[in-house]
Write a protein that binds this ligand. Structure first.
Ligand SMILES: *[C@@H]1O[C@H](CO)[C@@H](O)[C@H](O)[C@H]1NC(C)=O
Ligand SMILES: *[C@@H]1O[C@H](CO)[C@@H](O)[C@H](O)[C@H]1NC(C)=O
Ligand SMILES: *[C@@H]1O[C@H](CO)[C@@H](O)[C@H](O)[C@H]1NC(C)=O
Ligand SMILES: *[C@@H]1O[C@H](CO)[C@@H](O)[C@H](O)[C@H]1NC(C)=O
Ligand SMILES: *[C@@H]1O[C@H](CO)[C@@H](O)[C@H](O)[C@H]1NC(C)=O
Ligand SMILES: *[C@@H]1O[C@H](CO)[C@@H](O)[C@H](O)[C@H]1NC(C)=O
Length: 520
């Protein structure tokens, strides 16, 4: 009902209120773009943006008329703006004076190196008040492995990313501190471990003599790594501090996994897992592209799997992930792009997997298709499915299922959308406690407090831990020293590989007898 409302860049808050209260979908869209445009232009030039809303007549007839006419122009504005925003990467950090840093910073919101001196904390404080109450409901857990978290996740629907951005206009987005409630109580090292949830596919591959079929299982494993992200668009993992480690030793699944944060600028997480059947390793970093209404996460790095039984060495890339509705509405995650799996030791076949991008008019979201292709370029196996559900191969008349995602645990909505496997990752039982190095993520207090529903405590600890990290870095810089990872080394091709010491040291003399750096 706004009449000739003039919106200038310094009134973004007003527009925000409008979006959430008054406006219905078509108007919301225009307003949305106006807003993005206003924010964007406030970075690049002192341009003023004015948006006006004409008041509609209250009479029934004339309202219809206005609607008809304006629908047309709305459509075209919306369309061209869609194009504009989809064609051009909107980098909030474009005008930042710290471009050389922002360039290699990855997980946008993770890097909260510089805490805004604006009123961000006030906003969060207000918003948190309502959240703490929710966190106080305790949930009951019984069983050997926990099937739920100690406290339900906070309801973050009231946290306004807009307010946060508004208070940080002109700053490098990667330097903006995000409230801890936007995190899930897992970090990137643990997220990389989640890719092993379906490690039995590699076990199967290791017992399959036919190389084409073996490739099918490896491809299914590559797809299965995405399944756990389906309910996870609402929050982001903690960013490990430099030197932080995480291990996951699963006798039931037969693998031993360990990982370390090996670099801070850019953040790189390296991991390694081995079992009787396979060796798995990768180092991951990400580039983020903020597009206004969505954020793309473009992974850089290669995943490696070797199957000693057949002397196979598979390598593949990852696809782009996109979080939609990043600033308002229901967030959802999508993966798109192509994965090529190659066997470095045998070129008898390779595999191509396509993650399809959703289209407005198509209900086929999250679909994948792919094929195993032989040396002369002929398709040997075809598969199709959805990355969050299942994967089939064979003809569409008689497909056979290679992989199916595990059912979600009860109450998963209250547990950050974690799968059962994810729920267990940060669990700290007394037996493992004494075996872990002090740098293990399970000891990280901010993440633990968030898991327990104490968001206020978590926020304080997070800031303290980040401050400690800054101080350590300063000491290194002042003394012209470089950080050396403990358990990984850089290989000739610049990827990070295990230096083969973690599991040995764990056994003998044991981490309780070794000094570990103090990270928190
Ligand atoms: C944080 O940013 C401000 C300017 O926005 C700068 O003056 C200050 O030095 C920065 N602090 C750190 C620790 O980088
Ligand atoms: C920050 O908050 C204080 C009081 O809460 C207010 O006086 C000040 O104007 C605010 N600053 C900005 C930049 O909004
Ligand atoms: C969210 O905010 C609205 C109004 O701002 C309030 O009525 C509602 O109770 C809040 N919800 C939660 C879960 O905090
Ligand atoms: C969170 O709170 C909002 C109201 O602020 C409510 O609409 C929504 O259903 C809540 N979500 C959950 C998961 O409880
Ligand atoms: C590839 O597959 C096609 C069709 O099955 C077959 O004719 C051809 O010989 C195969 N090429 C190789 C190098 O195995
Ligand atoms: C491997 O790890 C050990 C133990 O942390 C360390 O002392 C050694 O320097 C590392 N070796 C290499 C080559 O990085």
């Amino acid at each position: 009902s706004a009449s000739n409302l003039q919106i200038q860049t310094n009134l973004i808050g007003t527009v925000h209120a409008l979006i959430h209260s008054v406006l219905k979908p078509p108007e919301l869209r225009i307003c949305w773009f106006a807003l993005i445009y206003a924010v964007y232009s406030s970075f690049s030039s002192p341009l003023k943006v004015c948006v006006s809303f004409e008041q509609e007549n209250s009479g029934e007839e004339s309202r219809g008329l206005v609607h008809q006419v304006s629908n047309e122009s709305r459509l075209s504005i919306t369309d061209s703006l869609t194009e504009f925003f989809d064609a051009q990467e909107v980098l909030l950090s474009a005008s930042s004076s710290e471009n050389e840093i922002s360039d290699d910073d990855s997980y946008v919101s993770d890097i909260s190196d510089n805490i805004s001196e604006d009123n961000l904390s006030n906003d969060i404080e207000n918003e948190r008040q309502t959240l703490v109450a929710v966190g106080e409901i305790r949930m009951e857990c019984h069983s050997e492995r926990r099937t739920c978290l100690p406290a339900p996740c906070p309801n973050t629907s009231n946290i306004s990313l807009w307010n946060i951005l508004r208070n940080n206009i002109g700053k490098d987005l990667s330097k903006v501190a995000m409230p801890v409630e936007l995190n899930e109580p897992l970090n990137t090292l643990q997220r990389l471990c989640e890719e092993l949830e379906y490690s039995e596919l590699l076990d199967k591959a290791a017992h399959t003599p036919d190389p084409f079929e073996r490739m099918v299982y490896v491809a299914a494993f590559a797809v299965s790594a995405y399944a756990s992200s389906y309910y996870r668009a609402g929050s982001k993992p903690f960013n490990p501090v430099l030197g932080e480690t995480y291990e996951c030793i699963r006798e039931d699944k037969g693998f031993q996994y360990f990982s370390e944060q090996v670099s801070h600028h850019p953040p790189i997480s390296a991991c390694h897992a081995e079992s009787a059947n396979f060796v798995f390793w990768q180092d991951m970093r990400w580039k983020n592209k903020f597009w206004g209404k969505s954020m793309e996460i473009v992974p850089i790095g290669t995943t490696h799997v070797t199957l000693p039984a057949f002397r196979d060495h598979f390598v593949w890339n990852k696809v782009t992930s996109c979080i939609h509705n990043i600033l308002s509405g229901q967030r959802w995650i999508e993966h798109y792009g192509e994965i090529i799996i190659k066997n470095l030791n045998d070129d008898i076949c390779h595999c191509k997997l396509t993650f399809m991008k959703a289209k407005y008019w198509s209900p086929n979201v999250h679909e994948i298709e792919g094929s195993v292709i032989n040396k002369s370029g002929k398709v040997v196996h075809r598969f199709f499915g959805k990355w969050h559900e299942s994967l089939y191969y064979g003809t569409s008349s008689s497909p056979s299922c290679i992989w199916r995602a595990n059912p979600m645990p009860k109450d998963y909505e209250q547990c950050y959308g974690f799968t059962q496997f994810a729920l267990e990752l940060n669990e700290l039982d007394p037996q493992t406690r004494s075996l872990l190095p002090a740098t293990d993520t399970r000891f990280r207090p901010d993440q633990r407090l968030l898991e327990e529903g104490n968001t206020e405590g978590a926020e304080m600890q997070k800031q303290r831990i980040e401050q400690l990290q800054r101080e350590r870095r300063k000491v290194l810089e002042e003394n012209n020293l470089e950080h050396h990872p403990r358990f990984f080394r850089k290989s000739i091709d610049d990827s990070w590989v295990s230096n083969g010491t973690y599991l040995d040291l764990r056994k003998d003399p044991g981490f309780s007898r070794l000094d570990s750096p103090v990270l928190w």
